[in-house]
Design a protein around this ligand. Structure first.
Ligand code: NAG
Ligand code: NAG
Ligand code: NAG
Ligand code: NAG
Ligand code: NAG
Ligand code: NAG
Ligand code: NAG
Ligand code: NAG
Length: 686
């Protein structure tokens, strides 16, 4: 049967990953003085924190002096004490040091009763507190920070104050009910009540209709936006609360490949991803659909082929198209850095640098198309649907040999030229791909059993967590927490219910032959009241901004028809159980572009929600047929939240703003809009 418990693989133990993990928000992120963590200029020279931290250079130097005075540098205990002192720079310092009403001199030290969180690279149940005791108990520490919490004189040695490890950890160890310090990061294992959520407040900052937003990899307040027709734009995001619109020059796209792109219904420029080192190497990638009857470069192998027991001649005409007339392409382009570094480029070179992948599509629907680089492992992920027709007649999503119905993971840094191991183009196979050496699988496969993954994201607060919304067929729209090698069930299951195909020329897979992983969130078609008799999920992001502290830590998703949105939070942490709340929304009274009013509805008319976006400040956007909407301070919509928004606190987007200002004018997009609207109406459904 379909397992409801999601088995989690332990994290890739990468320090980089941990640093990213602890640096971003998890619930109310505050420093010891109740301020918000600040953006660090570079990294702290002593404590090493970069990104956001609760220390500036002055505080960091003070910690360094405090440590030097202890005269234990270079010893095992010294390393531990340094880490503990530096925890005050941790962006979770407020939680670590102020777990009771009075501030502490050391954070609660995770002890064996504590189950380590996914934030930590340590295995579960590491007794960090005992490790501190064992390493430091007999060491004389001048000005020891280990003070008895109930008062009493500080002493140079732990054994001067405490008799035993249980004594010590009874006083300074984490009990499992509060956040604790595990030597590397903050571990949250508590069942903490989520803040009350009253609604999501949006402002409309742009008119154009886009399918993708990618934050500029230089960390600045700029984003790239791409539309379905085939244009990529570079835009500057205005500061929260500034009342300004998106700065975007519609007349000068960053890249225009409309000539290459086949734009129709579910076809178009569907994915956009920037190499993690784009700021220095200028590499970026687009995923789009092409028509081989129109473009010479649109030539790849058909996904329906003899390798997988599929005969293209038996597919039949689909909307008049011949099998594999349309192909799904990933192509590499480069920034035009002729006059500077790639980070400063305002345009791309128009010609394609390299074809990464070309995959012939059996039908005209369900071919996902999103591309993403994982912040955890740096590889490219490509979301591919089952290739179409109702009920996946050829059972592609369960066929281990085809890329259809899969999340694909490839290496675009180590290229091999088209051969047996990289059958669809120029890319490498990550060594730890789950089926890289299993001859029954295409080595590109990372996870399987998807119908049409429409918008996946990595949680910037926990980069090992990848969420994918998968569009349903007739009953259920689902959100999956995707793990390496996971089988998400389609078309054996739709949601958690067994699915009966309309026709099955490609055979069936039996339910008990797979260990299908159930969705963690979702909604039934019955539950949405959108007057179109259909539903189609659009996956979003785990909200990690403090602009709306009450949304923080919640995964946001929506129905395409924009009448329903949800926010789900894992409760308790690491349980695999998500508490999903239906999310009401309204438009800020200060919206730079007024939202449309929907007749007879309390909700604004946002247009069709095609996608979500996240910028470098972790603010979240809705990309709809009517424009770009940003989540703002809930107070602007009179939604109550007990913690004040960081938006008013003048937290500027990190990094340098580009020196040039763009003037916003969008007439061309307005005319495009009608076409996009019609085209996407049938997007991803049936
Ligand atoms: C932040 O620290 C990590 C780990 O030390 C490092 O890999 C990364 O490059 C640093 N980032 C910056 C911007 O310094
Ligand atoms: C950041 O640090 C560099 C030197 O490390 C300095 O030149 C620059 O002015 C600093 N920027 C800010 C905003 O303080
Ligand atoms: C550093 O932060 C402290 C508060 O933590 C503040 O009092 C001090 O003014 C800051 N120093 C600088 C140079 O920004
Ligand atoms: C620091 O410790 C070393 C031995 O570990 C000792 O020789 C030295 O005198 C100490 N210095 C101070 C200032 O206590
Ligand atoms: C690339 O940049 C150079 C220098 O600014 C400019 O002359 C050239 O026209 C640019 N090419 C494109 C395709 O934008
Ligand atoms: C597949 O299963 C369906 C019922 O779920 C059945 O009607 C059909 O005959 C099966 N097809 C094959 C090829 O076994
Ligand atoms: C789920 O969330 C609702 C409202 O946000 C809350 O009332 C309820 O207690 C939560 N349930 C659990 C199990 O946390
Ligand atoms: C939005 O579109 C309207 C007309 O459709 C236009 O008048 C207005 O200037 C546009 N606003 C922006 C910011 O592009």
């Amino acid at each position: 049967m379909r397992s409801s418990t999601v088995t989690r693989t332990v994290l890739v133990a990468a320090v980089l990953l941990l640093v990213v993990a602890v640096r971003d928000g998890r619930c109310a992120q505050l420093c010891m003085d109740s301020s918000f963590p600040r953006t660090v200029n570079g990294s702290l020279s002593f404590c090493g924190y970069n990104g956001t931290a609760c220390c500036n250079a002055t505080d960091d130097a003070a910690v360094q002096r405090q440590f030097a005075a202890m005269n234990i540098s270079g010893t095992p205990c010294g390393d531990i004490v340094k880490n503990i002192l530096c925890a005050r720079c941790n962006p979770y310092a407020g939680e670590l040091f102020t777990v009771t009403t009075s501030p502490r001199t050391v954070p609660l030290l995770c002890s064996s009763t504590v189950v380590s969180s996914r934030l930590s690279t340590k295995p579960a149940a590491t007794n960090y507190c005992a490790q501190v005791w064992d390493t430091c108990k007999d060491v004389r520490i001048t000005g020891s920070p280990f003070q008895p919490p109930k008062g009493g004189a500080p002493a140079p040695r732990l054994t001067d104050v405490w008799q035993s490890v249980s004594d010590f950890c009874g006083a300074l160890g984490g009990t499992g009910k509060t956040p604790c310090f595990d030597g590397e990061g903050a571990a949250f294992n508590s069942i903490r009540p989520a803040l009350p959520l009253n609604g999501m407040c949006l402002e409309r900052i742009g008119n154009g209709s886009y399918l993708n937003m990618a934050a500029h990899p230089d960390g600045s307040n700029r984003v790239f936006l791409s539309n379905q027709a085939g244009k990529v734009f570079l835009a500057t995001v205005p500061a929260q609360g500034s009342g300004e619109k998106l700065h975007l020059d519609v007349a000068n796209p960053f890249l225009d490949i409309t000539d290459e792109v086949h734009f129709d219904n579910e076809f178009g420029l569907l994915g956009l991803a920037f190499h993690p080192d784009f700021a220095t190497n200028g590499r970026f990638f687009v995923s789009y659909s092409c028509d081989k009857t129109q473009s010479a470069s649109c030539a790849g192998r058909c996904a329906c082929n003899s390798d997988i027991g599929c005969d293209p001649a038996k597919l039949g005409a689909d909307n008049g198209a011949q099998p594999c007339q349309y192909q799904s392409v990933i192509a590499e382009y480069t920034a035009n850095a002729t006059s500077g570094t790639p980070a400063t480029a305002t345009a791309a070179r128009p010609s394609e640098v390299r074809r990464i992948m070309t995959l012939g599509l059996p039908f005209t629907t369900h071919h996902g198309g999103q591309i993403l680089f994982s912040p955890g492992d740096g590889y490219m992920y490509f979301m591919m649907g089952d290739g179409g027709n109702v009920g996946d007649p050829w059972n592609f999503a369960q066929n281990k040999k085809t890329l259809l119905g899969k999340i694909i993971r490839i290496d675009v840094n180590t290229m091999t030229t088209g051969n047996a191991t990289s059958g669809w183009g120029n890319y490498g196979i990550p060594k730890d791909n789950p089926f890289s050496v299993d001859p029954r699988f295409a080595p590109e496969v990372f996870a399987l059993g998807f119908k049409n993954p429409w918008r996946c994201s990595f949680d910037s607060g926990k980069p090992s967590d990848m969420y994918c919304a998968d569009v349903g067929q007739a009953v259920y729209e689902e959100v999956d927490l995707v793990i390496k090698g996971g089988n998400y069930g389609w078309r054996v299951f739709e949601g958690t219910q067994p699915y009966t195909p309309l026709s099955s020329p490609g055979g069936n897979t039996s339910a008990d032959s797979i260990n299908a992983i159930g969705p963690v969130m979702g909604y039934t078609h019955n539950s949405v009241n959108n007057n179109v008799g259909s539903a189609s999920i659009t996956g979003g992001y785990v909200y990690r901004s403090m602009t709306d502290p009450c949304l923080n830590g919640r995964y946001l998703y929506a129905d395409l028809y924009a009448k329903s949105m949800w926010a789900g939070i894992e409760t308790p942490e690491d349980s695999g159980v998500y508490n999903v709340t239906s999310l009401t929304f309204s438009c800020s009274k200060n919206s730079p572009i007024p939202c449309d009013v929907a007749a007879g509805s309390a909700l604004p008319s946002l247009g069709y929600i095609f996608s979500f976006g996240e910028d470098n400040a972790k603010d979240v956007y809705l990309l709809t047929s009517k424009g770009v909407y940003r989540v703002v301070d809930p107070a602007e919509c009179s939604y109550a939240c007990p913690i004040k928004s960081s938006a008013g606190a003048g937290s500027p987007p990190p990094g340098a703003a580009p020196s040039s200002t763009f003037r916003a004018h969008a007439p061309a997009l307005a005319t495009l809009l009608a076409g996009v609207l019609l085209a996407l109406l049938s997007l991803m459904s049936v």
